[in-house]
Design a protein around this ligand. Structure first.
Ligand code: NAD
Ligand code: DAU
Length: 350
């Protein structure tokens, strides 16, 4: 039996939030989940609606920056797990208002409610708050899987409007712990992959490009390294921290999955029966972070967490299969997403 019977999951209709809802639904049958989600372009009711009939999962459509709706759901809960965010770096380079509003003001609104009702609060954040790490192919020890990694002691140094608003939200959570005794923990996770990821993101964009007869798009030289983790392992990490974490502590979640973008793209192309060079290299993202890498030893040793999906290749194959089998989940949006990217590229190419 778990100590939390009624949890609020903000952003539970998005990619990682909905995977967490499924994870809790499947593994903790005594827990009732209220999803608070605004259903922005990134939220999709189809990610969770198959769970509604059970009576164990309900959706409240609302904004985390709206104190009234937040008060309403918080008053009936014993914990909040906070995923809701504007989450895409490329979007944050075009327009910043929603990032400040949701990521900063939204988090502020939630922690005020958590304070009022003395709720357990878990804040889901990103490794991007730490900025990027060096990666020099010519220096031994600076390749993937080696060299410096982020720890919970790494100084904050965010690069983009997205990551800086996430960093700002982490800092207010920390201050609320210290000043008001908020019962909070924070996790900073690396890049997730798996089912239900919006097709604006790297892996699903390339898979759905190939399925749509469009050439994949690689930013710059493709040497940027991301530390890939299957979203189910992120979910088990968050659940472990929620139930076993020390108040006020920050835990980094990662599964030793460093790969550069070019090799991930070549792997996708090969698995989908294409030539590994059959892609377009496009103008790089402004301020593009070079390398992320997580030292997960604190979560492993202090809380006993271990990732299950340590074979990236089989996780990637399952993800390709999921997008192939669930065309109705993404097809209607594809043209609009690519049209938006084409506009961005025009500006970058000027
Ligand atoms: P996503 O963009 O797929 O989903 C975000 C969800 O939040 C959507 O359902 C959206 O409708 C909802 N939302 C947005 N604004 C809202 C608001 N004002 N009020 C209520 N709901 C709102 O995002 P994701 O990739 O699933 O990321 C979820 C969280 O995990 C974010 O906090 C992100 O910073 C963090 N994170 C993501 C990754 C990754 O690889 N995607 C890695 C580490 C951490
Ligand atoms: O590290 C965690 C972060 O991972 C999360 O906090 C963010 O919410 C999440 O979006 C992700 O950020 P990235 O910017 O790393 O993810 P994205 O999928 O946008 O891009 C992954 C890498 O692929 C990045 O180096 C940029 C590159 N890329 C991306 C797209 C969309 C391409 O080369 N081509 C593309 O078309």
């Amino acid at each position: 039996m778990t100590e939390f019977k009624n949890i609020v999951v903000t952003g539970g209709a998005g990619f990682i939030g909905s995977n967490f809802v499924h994870y809790v639904y499947n593994n903790h049958p005594d827990v009732h989940i209220t999803v608070l989600d605004k259903l922005t372009y990134a939220g999709n009711v189809n990610n969770i609606n198959m769970l509604f009939d059970s009576g164990r999962v309900e959706l409240v459509v609302g904004d985390i920056a709206d104190p009234e709706i937040v008060d309403q759901v918080a008053s009936k809960a014993d914990a909040i797990v906070h995923y809701a965010a504007e989450s895409h770096n490329d979007n944050s380079l075009k327009s910043q208002d929603e990032f400040i509003q949701t990521n900063f003001i939204g988090t502020y609104t939630l922690i005020q409610a958590a304070r009022k009702y003395d709720l357990r609060f878990h804040h889901v954040s990103t490794d991007e708050v730490y900025g990027d790490l060096p990666y020099r192919e010519d220096l031994p020890g600076h390749g993937e899987g080696e060299g410096e990694k982020f720890t919970d002691k790494t100084p904050y140094n965010p690069s983009s409007p997205y990551s800086s608003t996430k960093a700002a939200s982490d800092l207010i959570v920390r201050a609320w712990v210290r000043s008001f005794g908020l019962k909070a923990t924070i996790s900073n996770c690396s890049n997730n992959y798996g089912p239900f990821q919006h097709i604006e993101k790297f892996i699903p964009r390339q898979i759905t490009n190939i399925l749509s007869g469009i050439k994949p798009k690689l930013y710059g030289d493709g040497k940027n390294v991301r530390d890939w983790i299957h979203t189910e392992d992120h979910s088990s990490g968050v659940w472990t921290i929620l139930t076993k974490g020390q108040m006020g502590e920050t835990y980094l979640i990662g599964a030793d999955g460093e790969k550069n973008n070019k090799e991930v793209l070549e792997d996708i192309l090969t698995r989908m029966g294409k030539d590994k060079d059959d892609y377009d290299r496009v103008t790089d993202r402004a301020g593009h972070d070079l390398r992320y890498a997580i030292d997960n030893s604190k979560l492993r040793t202090e809380l006993g967490w271990t990732p299950k999906h340590t074979d990236f290749e089989s996780g990637l194959q399952a993800t390709i299969d999921w997008y192939r089998e669930n065309e109705n989940w993404w097809k209607a949006e594809k043209d609009a997403v690519e049209a938006k990217y084409a506009e961005t590229q025009k500006v970058l190419d000027k």
